[in-house]
Design a protein around this ligand. Structure first.
Ligand SMILES: Cc1cc2nc3c(=O)[nH]c(=O)nc-3n(C[C@H](O)[C@H](O)[C@H](O)COP(=O)(O)OP(=O)(O)OC[C@H]3O[C@@H](n4cnc5c(N)ncnc54)[C@H](O)[C@@H]3O)c2cc1C
Length: 379
């Protein structure tokens, strides 16, 4: 294949008191104390991602070289099991890496997250499927993405399933009909991992080649932010998937996981960095910048603790909701500090403000949306 609202409840307060556990890893992606890395200081692939961010926002990470930098720098391999050419980094390292990528370039971080979700689902496939698909993905020779929101957080109020899987021909082969409303990087990927509802109402997951007959990728959506993610709707008319990857019983779908919170904290760090820079010559901003830095540190500590030790679903949702509130407030504080200059298109802060709003809609389970709405309504 070719390339192509603040809350003083639960986790917030826990997070401020939490300590980050040692994990003993010495990978370049992680500082010895397991703190999220700073792209321009410690890590060349992440530094490259940050340098390419302006190009990536326009061209997308697949064309700007950002994704390639992560592949050649070995970052992608961290998400893949060792037996299939990966380095199988532990969850805390992955989480810290995602924070670092998101601080440098949220478009790239979104693309990596969707790539990683697809890789995780492929990991639920047969050994043959894993052996065929995972090594080239680990090397960055092929690219994949995920289109599963029709089973999780999109179109759930509608009576009919958005994407259905049937076996109409009597030969035992699956056929997909319908659509995925959201697929990041669809037109830049070789395959899409998607999920459909079968005749008996169960969910089944498939790998589909993007050049399969009957598959149409709509033009990428023009969005409030992250248009460079080349997110499209994908339509299926009698598409034959290349592989079935995971049975519903294995539970492949997860929303509102730690990676979404990692991206929110990375984006908040980018805004906090602006505050810190502005405060160098404007001492009255120092205390505000320090407050944001402390809040980010607290939630990051809670996130890293969750990555090390696990977290209850309700606490995970609260953590995500707290990170959502933080990223939006941090961006608006950076804008306030940057004044009118930050309001002009092209200033880094206007992009940070637009991008912060992404977290209000992306991969938000109902519990997270409800918590964010309560925070916004100051309930
Ligand atoms: C930039 C971006 C990239 C994304 N990339 C991916 C990706 O790569 N893969 C992926 O799987 N997903 C992706 N998503 C999808 C995302 O995770 C969410 O699923 C999506 O944002 C949910 O929004 P929706 O409009 O589809 O929700 P919907 O629930 O479909 O809501 C659409 C509209 O329906 C109405 N509505 C909603 N709920 C109800 C109700 N209960 N009763 C009546 N009316 C209702 C409202 O008017 C609403 O505006 C992406 C999203 C964004 C913004």
């Amino acid at each position: 294949m070719g390339h192509r609202a603040r809350s003083e409840r639960s986790i917030t307060s826990q997070g401020r008191n939490a300590t980050v556990a040692e994990n003993g890893h010495t990978e370049a992606m992680l500082s010895p104390r397991c703190e999220p890395p700073t792209p321009d200081r410690s890590d060349e692939p992440l530094a490259a991602v940050a340098r390419l961010a302006d190009r990536t926002a326009v061209e997308g990470p697949w064309r700007s070289g950002s994704f390639a930098a992560l592949a050649s720098g070995g970052v992608l391999r961290g998400f893949v099991p060792a037996e299939y050419g990966g380095t199988a980094l532990p969850e805390p390292v992955i989480t810290a890496t995602l924070i670092g990528i998101a601080e440098g370039c949220l478009t790239t971080a979104l693309a990596v997250t969707q790539w990683a979700a697809a890789v995780r689902l492929i990991g639920g496939g047969s050994l043959d499927v894993q052996a065929e698909l995972l090594p080239p993905l680990a090397r960055g020779d092929t690219l994949t993405t995920v289109g599963i929101s029709q089973l999780t957080t999109s179109r759930r109020h509608l009576a009919a399933a958005a994407l259905v899987a049937t076996k109409p021909r009597g030969d035992g082969a699956w056929q997909l009909d319908g659509h995925c409303p959201w697929v990041t990087g669809a037109d830049s990927s070789d395959t899409i991992v998607t999920g459909a509802v079968t005749d008996d109402g169960t969910q089944t997951f498939f790998v589909v080649r993007t050049d399969a007959a009957g598959l149409t990728i709509d033009p990428p959506l023009e969005m409030l932010a992250l248009t460079g993610s080349r997110t499209s709707a994908v339509r299926f008319a009698g598409v034959r998937p290349a592989h079935v990857v995971v049975s519903p019983a294995a539970g492949g779908v997860r929303t509102g996981g730690l990676s979404t919170t990692a991206l929110a904290l990375g984006a908040a760090r980018a805004s906090a960095a602006v505050m810190a820079r502005e405060s160098v010559t404007r001492p009255h901003l120092t205390a505000i910048a320090a407050d944001f830095a402390a809040e980010i540190a607290g939630l990051s500590a809670a996130l890293m603790a969750a990555a090390h030790h696990g977290i209850e679903p309700a606490d995970r949702d609260r953590l995500r909701a707290d990170a959502n509130g933080l990223v939006v407030r941090a961006a608006q504080a950076a804008l306030t500090a940057s004044k009118g200059a930050g309001f002009v298109v092209g200033h880094p802060v206007e992009r940070l403000v637009r991008e912060s709003l992404f977290f209000l809609v992306w991969s938000c389970p109902q519990a997270v949306s409800d918590a964010v709405l309560c925070d916004l309504a100051a309930r």
